[in-house]
Design a protein around this ligand. Structure first.
Ligand code: HEC
Length: 243
């Protein structure tokens, strides 16, 4: 019986590691969905660079003001292009049929990706693009080999190249570097921050109520502590006469 309990406990403890994708070499995105400034920057970057191809169908525009700490007017004027009503979901500008013709793969909906793949995975993906010497491949990605997504943020990051090593008779990417003169408009840390902000926004989308849940959690624990103390005092009061 004790063994069973131990197994159950260990399973619970290791579950979060599984659901996070458990990847070995992922970078740490250190997402924080209560960081409104980061969410604002992330939302803007997402609207300008990602929504041409990707939708976020499970997220409604009117969920954004509260999470980002801005008014609906700010969301309208900064993030939304074209006609919409506030209850609309975040839809891609591109029709998915066109997208698969152009890219060979349909850009997936990104509402839940940060939860399905894990935020660290998304962050690492955005930091793993490189220019493949094989011109027929074009952009490639060390995390998702032969990914059909182009490196849409290359102007910010620059044009990274791969350094190869031989392993079991095959050429494999050993590391990705940004050669001198190939830098983009952002510094290395600037690009890390931009991709972290995008990842943060995607983490918010994957679970819009997370920040609120954490906030409520503190109150619930506080209530339980106070309630436990009261219950204990009450118990002592009742038992005093009996002892
Ligand atoms: C030009 C169109 C295009 C743009 C713009 C674009 N993507 Fe993609 N994206 C794709 C395609 C196509 C795929 C599918 C790749 C594959 O499976 O080979 C993809 C895949 C992804 C994936 C992997 C999803 C998964 O679970 O496999 C992530 C994450 C992603 N994109 C994030 C982004 C982010 C963040 C941006 C904005 C910075 C962005 N994309 C901009 C076309 C695009």
């Amino acid at each position: 019986m004790r063994k069973l309990l131990l197994i159950a406990l260990l399973t619970c403890l290791s579950a979060p590691a599984w659901s996070a994708g458990g990847g070995g070499d992922l970078m740490d995105a250190r997402v924080d969905v209560s960081d409104e400034a980061s969410l604002q920057r992330g939302a803007k970057l997402f609207a300008n660079n990602c929504m041409g191809c990707h939708s976020a169908e499970y997220v409604r525009w009117n969920a954004l003001p509260e999470a980002l700490g801005v008014s609906m007017e700010t969301v309208e004027s900064n993030l939304i292009y074209g006609d919409y009503t506030p209850g609309d979901t975040i839809n891609a500008a591109m029709r998915s049929a066109d997208a698969s013709d152009w890219f060979g793969a349909e850009p997936p909906d990104l509402s839940l990706t940060a939860r399905a793949r894990g935020a660290d995975w998304v962050y690492t993906y955005l930091n793993s693009f490189y220019r493949d010497p094989d011109a027929s491949i074009g952009w490639n990605n060390t995390l998702l080999a032969n990914s059909s997504m182009p490196h849409v943020l290359w102007r910010m990051q620059g044009v990274p190249e791969a350094r190869y090593e031989e392993s079991h008779g095959e050429q494999q990417v050993a590391e990705v570097v940004l050669p001198e003169g190939q830098q983009g408009t952002l510094s290395e840390s600037g690009y890390h921050r931009a991709t972290r902000d995008i990842t943060n926004f995607m983490a918010f989308m994957a679970e819009p109520v997370r920040a609120k849940r954490q906030e409520i959690g503190v109150w619930v624990i506080g209530f339980l502590v106070i309630f436990t103390i009261l219950a204990y005092l009450l118990k002592r009061e009742y038992w005093r006469d009996i002892h």
